[in-house]
Ligand binder design. Sequence first.
Ligand SMILES: [Zn+2]
Length: 436
Amino acid sequence: MEATIIGCMDRHRQELIDFAEDIYRHPEGGFCEYRTASRVKDLLEGLGLTVRSGLGRTGVCGTLSADGAKAASPHLTVIGELDGILCPRHPMADQKTGIAHACGHHLQLGVMLGAALALTDPAVRGRLCGRVSFLAVPAEEYVDAEKRRWLESEGVGFAGTGKAELIRLGVFDDTDIALTTHVHMVPVEEDFYLGNPACNGFSSELITVEGRAAHAAVNPWDGVNALSIAGSAYQMMGLMRETFKEEDHVRLHTLIREGGEALNCVPDRVVVESKVRAASLEAISGVRGKVTRAFEGAAYAFGGKIHREKLQGYLPVRCRLADTALKEAAQYLDGYTYREVTGDDFNNACTDVGDLTHLMPVVNFTYAGFAGGLHGEDFAVTDWDKALIAPAKLMALTVYGLLKENAAQARQVMESFQPVFTKEGYVEFVKKTIEN
Ligand SMILES: [Zn+2]
């Protein structure tokens, strides 16, 4: 059966590369991936799957049901991400939007479709004891505050991330195990990195500094300079960095979205978008408190005011070591190297997969085959076999391993998992974090 899966991927090699290249040439931003979604939909329908689309605007889900009397559960969901990232200087960036596939999500979609191709093969399908869905999810990358407002006005409930929105909408309600992939997110020499290292979460806020306008030369003493308040807060945040603990993996980023309008006017309004990343919710909230004190303290000193708008963040990823099915699947890939996640590994970046890891087991691996930096203008595929074909084989083999022989391995994964939230508990939690 494993040879059938591998052979199927080899036969469709060029087709999968063509698909990923097409998506690469047509990058789209979060919750607006209409063309990408329609390509995925057509391909899943072409495989005879039952397809739902328009999930959280652009999400697409194709489900392969078990044959005949075989069980409808366990239900495994293989995830692909639809969006590109804002990276205007990337050579393949969309001229109008500046969005590019500089995070390899085009490859990930190819991996998901490759797995769908192999698992719908009648011989393989007949051996699966359970259901498999192939879910293309919108908006993995950070959605900025302005776009969130627009999305909310369009009816998106959790506009910060696609996975949270799909959880809210119930798309994951009957998923027992999710499977995710990505190009390597931490430096790994090997072709494959099996498991999910712990990963930062973040909180995000839009901070508006209100000052008072005055002529910059005639009567600046009547003004309250909002940019000076923000500058002082930056200074304080810089000095506070010595209080960040190494084990909390704190990363603090800010962008000035508005920084004054007329040069001969004392700036009376500055808008800062801020992100606090850390390894735990406690650490995130501790540092967030410091950021708030920096802005409020600076505003007090100058006589201005601060208005804070809380935005939805991502939860940290809960570490998951390589599952047996994944390790066994990797044995079938001749000529590739791999390494397993250890409990000490850590990824300082964030992903909305973190939210999923609080609800269900997420079987994950990452892969090589690219050069340049993630989210950088130099990100490019260098080896299609490493970056697409072999990962697609590994994904299909892992799903097969989980669902073969009465789905014994899938059941074990489900039984040993302790969720942090129920779906309802999660939705309440997110709503609370964005209550203003
Ligand atoms: Zn990514």
